[in-house]
Design a binder for this molecule. Sequence first.
Ligand SMILES: [Zn+2]
Ligand SMILES: [Zn+2]
Length: 799
Amino acid sequence: MPPGIPQRMSHFNPVATITPVPPVLPRPSGVVDDDHAMASALADNRALVIMLETVRAGRPVHVEYIPARPGHAGDWPEWVPRALVDAWAARGIRAPWSHQVIAADHAQAGRNVILSTAAASGKSLGYLMPALTSVLAGDTALYIAPTKALAADQLASVRSLGLPGLQAACFDGDSSRTERDWARSHARYLLTTPDMLHCALLPGHNRWSGFFSRLRYVIIDECHGYRGVFGSHVGHVLRRLRRVVAHHGGAGPVFLLASATIGSPAACARLLTGLDAEEVTQDGSPRGPLAFALWEPPLAEARGDAGSRVRRTATAHTADLLAALVRENVQTLAFIRSRRGAEAVAMAARRVLESASAEPLVAAYRSGYLPEDRRRLEAALCEGSLVGLATTTALELGVNITGLDAVLIAGWPGTFASLWQQAGRAGRSGRSAAAVLIARDDPLDTYLVRHPEILLRHPVEATVLDPANPYVLAPHLCAAAGELPLTERDLETFGPAAHAVVAELTRSGRLRRRADAWYSMRRFSTAPGGLRGAGLAPVLVVEEATGRLVGTVDEPSAHLLVHDGAVYVHQGEGYLVRRLDLDDRVALVEPGDPGYSTTARDTTEVEIRATREQMTWGEAEIRFGDVQVTRQVTGYTKRRPDTGAVLGEEPLDLPPRQLLTRAVWVTVPAAQREMLAAAGIDLAGAAHALEHACLGLLPLFATCDRWDVGGVSADLHPATGRLSVFVYDGHQGGAGFAERGFLAAAGWLEATRQAIAGCDCETGCPSCVQSAGCGTANHPLSKRGAVALLDLILGNSQG
Ligand SMILES: [Zn+2]
Ligand SMILES: [Zn+2]
């Protein structure tokens, strides 16, 4: 064993793999008992060695070695003009990879195509070959990115080709009037976001007639980001685009979609665009070897709710790993679930490194920052003056930030697709890199790091979106009617749910039926609402003393993050919220770190509106249907930031918020309740523990974030008269997650049982039935009761 590799190595359970990183999922080929081979693989991996030597607390429970993959180059298609080939050659691209050629050939032949391969596999060349070829021949192409920052990156990259006659421009919220005018009269390659398409380009389509009439290609980049409610909105924006292009005589543009590795990419393309598409998933690009470590933080000194044992937080452990790597000048990206977590990790890593350097080597990066701050951070990371970056999701991060030596993922990122997308930011050809998943102290993370065979081999999910959601469909049908009168044929474009929604809009006077079509009655109304969040303007976070804008928070999050007395963290700086004014949409803050963090507490009530589907397992029932949820933030808890230990509670007076949404619920009748009660089981605690654990495991089956869904449970719920556990979509009109839970109920509840019963705590801990987001501070809770309840429910699930 080479020096410097700690003895702890022998506790690893390394699995050799012979196939490349997913989408071609590695197959386990047996445990390697040749310690020496594994040790040399690790010794070669500088990032992993530094982490093992420096951070001795806790241990990786598993290290997977994913070997390098050679590339498969293709030939330039003969239809790509010489000028383009030369321009790419001048930038060092001698030949395209095979997947780029296959996708480009489909598009050139007029077939819609979705290219779904790993991060940094060069998807852009796949869509740029046909798009720029057609632009040089006099057609136009539209490029749509989920963020302005990504569109700006792509514009810079296209302009750097230095092609005469390639008139490219961004059209976004940052463009000046002159830039917009230039773009409208001259741009052949236009880069924008779905938001701008929705609120400016489509409503003003008549002024863009020249552009739309020659539109040959529509590129939808990073399309895996269009999921849930936002994805459903984008799907309708694209249907409106198809209609507008047809109106201006465009010949039905070809859609080119680029996505990270996702399941069923063609189905995703169909949900988004309403059209069939070819899928290309065989990645021809090369990549360096990657060591993937699964790390469980050590148990903490402090005790949690009800005296349970708690682990050190994933963010604190990530900060230690980040500091260790940055000190050795290893460029590292740390992905953190929450905005606050990203700030906290950057701040803690900086504190550890303080003595080493005057210049901050570590920064935080997240949505809500002003664009100039984000561009400055990206540039610093690219040139190497910044060594570590703690960031929220991959989608917010500039796409050109790849090829890092190490990636730290603090907590399960929500989907297998995101896991591989984030890990894919590490590694460049010919160099070995490390990716680390640091488990949070919750049921899903614990379940996954202890089941590496699931974590590393589970197929990547399909994206979930539901364009038939009437709450999403209605504003787009109104907007569409404002753009061009809606005909019977148009309704087909918007899907089978459109007829009922149009009828309702006509009844309520928002559309008017004439002989030939439906017309908008709000033609002169203000711009339509936004695509992200509830359509309300975000809450501005403003420094009270100076009036300086610190950042923004969306409406639903404002109740939880910037209520009176909340501690709000921004770019490593703590702020105390003096006052939240929901009418003026502003939170007034003062700088300073009070030495504690805050968590909002809330109450939730559920009323059933309709049952859509149901099944019975013996006496137990599982239903799926429409519900009304009423949530109210009633107070907050102050906690120690390092251990999460409770310091105090404060009441709050915020208005309730109502949600009409969909839910899946499990119920057990009186006779069975009594059986459990007779066995000494605390029924309310059992239902509550089951609610927490099944909420925790649902992301594995429904491709949601833990915070996309909410739960309610009761020993005897007034809505059902039975012991009940509800799990609902946290979005107006639903988002498809609860429905997936219903469809996968048997597997979901079985995994939930395994997660609870398999935890070695006695009475429940954050790894099984406790939840950090619990509105009642994890009381009451019965771990034993949850297992008994699940046994009862699952007992008849096969029948
Ligand atoms: Zn436990
Ligand atoms: Zn709870």
